[in-house]
Write a protein that binds this ligand. Structure first.
Ligand code: TRP
Ligand code: SF4
Length: 400
């Protein structure tokens, strides 16, 4: 019914690193060719944990946008915007909060986890508790059906699905919904009507999703069915009423295989990162000072790549011939570690070259970034306003 739409957000955490590139950003760059995509800076989300020091958020947001553009996110293909510039997110968050059971929020796994992890911060705030709900509003306001997220965010998308269902159930019933839905079934005609009812009962009594799919497939083949009747039928089928908010699905983003400089996962908190636009000198310096297999105390000691974090980087950057050269050379002490690190440095610099070039255009002319965001916000607001009209109307706030 609604166009397939991808939506994802990222908190502004300052300069992005190669771990972000090999995980999230490469995925976004790929998705933008296949779907209409909306990508946004989740600056309000940053405030849920950083409410005591908001000063850096604006700069971090702009830096992050430049990083996205550097990585190849293309503003001609994807819509880029900043959450706080689309205040409709806040309105939806508020309206959803009226019908969100407190227990649902308290049970979201990240709630207690993050509070424990960030124990030095007082996260017993209203905003922090409501953070998954804000994320739901972000998603539902665009009726996005595809949300690329990492594994840790899946519970939030599931939460969003449940909320959409609850919302549609509660507010998706126009006056006389039952009668209108039954009439719409009747209008399908004898055989189709019987099939539809059979599938509906199968789903509502046994939870048979396959029956829902079959009924939907049948409806999809009826070009003359009016939009209103189609919605009534879908609501009747799943017992949700009219679908005002769309239950989103997620696209699991594979965890980045990019290791950090110490062989752990690359992460700002481990202080083992290379940023997207790190200078060439700094990249070389960081790689040259990476630890290697501790068994190779001297140049003449043989080593084992399996015990060396540099090898992990060869797995990302080197071709088979080079990897063979490392294996042979390391185990036989035929090459030194400095030599072994050269192709890795070259690989990273080669990857970064187009990013640096793209970023330079925006660094020379920051107004370009502002324009891209202004356009993106305008486009995003158009979608958001449309959803809010339906949401307000269904909650009795139309005031026409
Ligand atoms: N919560 C996400 C994170 O911390 C960021 C985010 C906010 C998001 N709103 C979203 C992701 C909507 C996807 C969709 O990573
Ligand atoms: Fe690591 Fe390469 Fe040195 Fe072997 S030769 S220990 S793989 S850096």
């Amino acid at each position: 019914m609604y166009a397939e739409r991808v939506l994802s957000g990222m908190r502004p955490t300052g300069s992005l690193h190669l771990g972000h590139y090999h995980g999230v950003l490469q995925n976004w760059v790929k998705l933008q060719h296949d779907y209409p995509c909306l990508f946004f800076v989740a600056d309000w989300h940053a405030l849920t944990t950083q409410y005591d020091s908001p000063q850096g958020i604006e700069q971090a947001s702009m830096d992050m946008l430049v990083d996205w553009l550097a990585a190849g996110v293309d503003p001609k293909q994807a819509t880029l915007f900043i959450q706080s510039k689309v205040p409709e997110h806040a309105e939806l968050h508020l309206l959803l909060s009226m019908m969100t059971p407190l227990g649902w929020l308290e049970r979201v796994p990240t709630y207690k986890d993050q509070q424990e992890k960030l124990a030095n911060k007082d996260l017993s705030t209203y905003g922090f508790l409501g953070y998954p709900l804000l994320m739901s509003a972000d998603i539902l306001i665009y009726r996005a059906d595809k949300v690329p997220v990492g594994e840790d965010q899946i519970p939030h998308v599931e939460f969003t699905r449940e909320l959409a269902r609850r919302f549609n159930h509660m507010y998706g019933r126009e006056p006389g919904f039952e009668e209108k839905a039954l009439q719409a079934v009747k209008n399908l005609g004898g055989k189709k009507a019987r099939f539809f009812e059979e599938m509906r009962v199968r789903f509502q009594q046994n939870g048979d999703r396959e029956a829902v799919e079959q009924a939907k497939a049948m409806l999809a083949e009826l070009p003359h069915l009016s939009l209103a009747d189609r919605e009534r039928l879908l609501g009747h089928l799943e017992g949700t009423g009219k679908m005002i908010l769309v239950e989103p699905g997620y696209l699991l983003t594979e965890a980045s295989k990019m290791p950090g400089l110490d062989g752990q996962k690359m992460s700002k908190s481990y202080n083992n990162t290379i940023t997207l636009r790190e200078s060439e000198e700094s990249v070389a310096k960081k790689i040259k000072s990476m630890p290697t297999d501790p068994a190779r105390m001297r140049r003449t000691d043989p080593g084992d790549p399996a015990k060396c974090p540099v090898w992990q980087l060869h797995l990302v950057y080197s071709d088979d011939a080079c990897k063979e050269w490392v294996q042979q050379g390391c185990k036989s002490a035929g090459i030194g570690c400095i030599e072994c690190k050269q192709p890795v440095i070259a690989g990273i610099l080669k990857e970064q070259a187009p990013m640096r070039e793209r970023a330079q255009v925006y660094l020379d002319n920051p107004a370009l970034v502002k324009d891209i965001v202004a356009d993106g916000c305008e486009k995003a607001r158009e979608y958001a306003r449309e959803t809010m009209r339906d949401v307000r109307a269904s909650m009795g706030l139309e005031y026409r």
